[in-house]
Design a protein around this ligand. Structure first.
Ligand code: GLC
Length: 489
């Protein structure tokens, strides 16, 4: 399935050697859910060409990097997180040339590109899994329990609900911590290590600036695959170390990848990064993934954007949040595609409502598909999204989109805001106040107005703020950035 390229992608306009100060430290990274971002060919499904055509919008929004969700060859049993060929683009999203074009265009616009890598599992259509001999070596197969091996090898449950094991026609069982179409790889096998290193090099050669490592806490399972002892295991994830997640052994893999990334960066004069999606029960255990010799970051979303953007460090935005798009909660069951929906609620897995935040973006116009593409959209868009389109919000000073544009613009313009210092300031109960280079940020966590001595001139606010002489009135549930002299940075 691998597609050939006619020409190699040149290295991006890169910032010095592989281990410089780190472009990623204070970067704003925008997640493009490719299927729902922009559709160039009118089939109702977003694609790489559509995403490339919209890159100027992201540059103007003020982000530093885009993270593309999986666009690899896949039967789409789990939105592309079931990869059948890690080196090919699924025809649904285009081809390898489109990926190459997208990366080049992004670099021309000074945007970096991060792609997903999915190492915990492949698709059950992956050639390794389709070959019974290879499958047994490279995936987690075990004999069943019971007289005829008719019971699963242990009591583990899939994150999406139901047992984490499926029996094959041959009578043995394979592990899938997610959907049955996503068999877990056996990371005790050196071929698996070698393959993922080769896949990373393949995409680095095409010019990507890093990887978002899917389920970076998976891969290594406790030896002997011990029972957990009770059900509803999806609810335990993130609260305790389970024998299938956040095992200490995963860190050796991340160390190897860090060496690969640093080595590649050094050789090619680029900084390329690894970002963990890591579910760990404590902040201390999460921090282990970002030790200096492991991955560069573990990403996080937070709801209160202005507060997040005022804090030191990098920030992740999910597509559509800059438009204030609500989650669509009334999708009919027959249009849903999230595997967790069909398994989850019935079988004790995750809630299964991810489709609601994957509804295609509204760009322009009065009715669906709102400029998403020339055809329809793979999930129906609400009829009342006309006021939320990019066009409708552009130049409206009260819109969410302009709030994001201003906030991201300030983040760029105020030197040191991204990675400079921070100091807490005295504030009334229920209010947080801290200074950053060039600004003071107040967050009123109370549902009602709070008065305080005016800290300066409002630069940006999530709700209308009033300043009466020396007194400022902070509206309830608001975040405000105030201009202050840059001294004290
Ligand atoms: C990650 C992805 C999710 C996917 C899962 C399995 O959690 O965010 O979409 O279903 O990994 O790959």
């Amino acid at each position: 399935m691998t597609q050939e390229l006619t020409s190699p992608s040149p290295a991006p306009q890169a910032p010095g050697p592989g281990r410089g100060p780190g472009w990623w430290r204070d970067a704003v990274i925008y997640q493009v859910y490719v299927r729902s971002f922009a559709d160039s060919d009118g089939d109702g499904v977003g694609d790489l060409r559509g995403a490339r055509e919209r890159l100027p919008y992201l540059r103007d929004l003020g982000v530093d990097a885009v993270w593309l969700t999986p666009f690899y060859a896949s039967p789409q049993a789990d939105g592309g997180y079931d990869v059948a060929d890690y080196r090919a683009v699924d025809p649904l999203f285009g081809n390898l040339q489109d990926a190459d074009d997208l990366i080049r265009t992004a670099h021309d616009l000074d945007l970096r590109v991060i792609v997903d890598i999915v190492p915990n599992h492949t698709s059950d259509r992956h050639p390794w899994f389709r070959d019974p001999e290879l499958a047994r070596q490279r995936y987690v197969f075990r004999p069943g329990k019971g007289e005829d091996g008719e019971l699963p090898p242990n009591d583990w449950e899939s994150v999406f609900g139901g047992p984490a094991w499926t029996r094959t026609d041959r009578g043995d069982w394979y592990l899938h911590l997610f959907a049955p179409e996503q068999p877990d790889l056996d990371w005790d096998n050196p071929d698996v290590h070698a393959e993922f290193e080769a896949v990373m090099r393949f995409w680095l050669d095409l010019g990507v600036d890093g990887f978002r490592v899917d389920v970076a806490h998976g891969m290594v399972k406790a030896s002997g695959l011990p029972d957990i002892g009770h059900g509803q295991q999806a609810k335990l994830i993130g609260n305790q170390v389970l024998p299938f997640f956040d095992q200490d052994g995963v860190h050796a893999i991340h160390r190897t990848w860090r060496r690969l990334l640093d080595g590649y960066g050094d050789t090619h004069g680029r900084q390329v990064i690894g970002v963990a999606e890591a579910w760990a029960p404590t902040a201390e255990r999460l921090a282990l993934y970002v030790r200096p010799d492991e991955l560069h970051q573990a990403f996080n979303f937070r709801a209160a954007t202005l507060l997040m953007l005022a804090l030191p460090g990098s920030a992740y935005l999910y597509q559509g949040e800059e438009l204030g798009l609500p989650e669509v909660t009334d999708l009919p069951d027959d249009v849903r595609q999230d595997p967790a929906f069909f398994r989850g609620s019935r079988a004790g897995g995750q809630d299964g409502f991810r489709d609601g935040c994957r509804v295609p973006l509204p760009w322009t116009g009065e009715a669906p598909p709102y400029g998403f593409g020339a055809g329809g959209s793979w999930l129906p868009q609400p009829a009342d999204w006309a006021p939320l389109t990019v066009d409708a919000q552009t130049d409206d000073p009260d819109s969410t989109l302009e709030l994001y544009r201003t906030a991201l613009g300030l983040r760029r313009r105020l030197p040191g805001l991204g990675d400079g210092g921070m100091s807490w300031q005295p504030a009334p109960d229920g209010v947080l106040a801290f200074t950053r280079p060039g600004l003071l940020c107040t967050v009123n966590t109370l549902p009602h107005d709070v008065e305080l001595p005016s800290p300066g001139t409002p630069l940006l606010s999530s709700a209308p703020v009033t300043v009466n002489g020396s007194v400022a009135v902070l509206p309830g549930d608001s975040c405000i950035w105030w201009a202050i002299p840059t001294a004290g940075r």
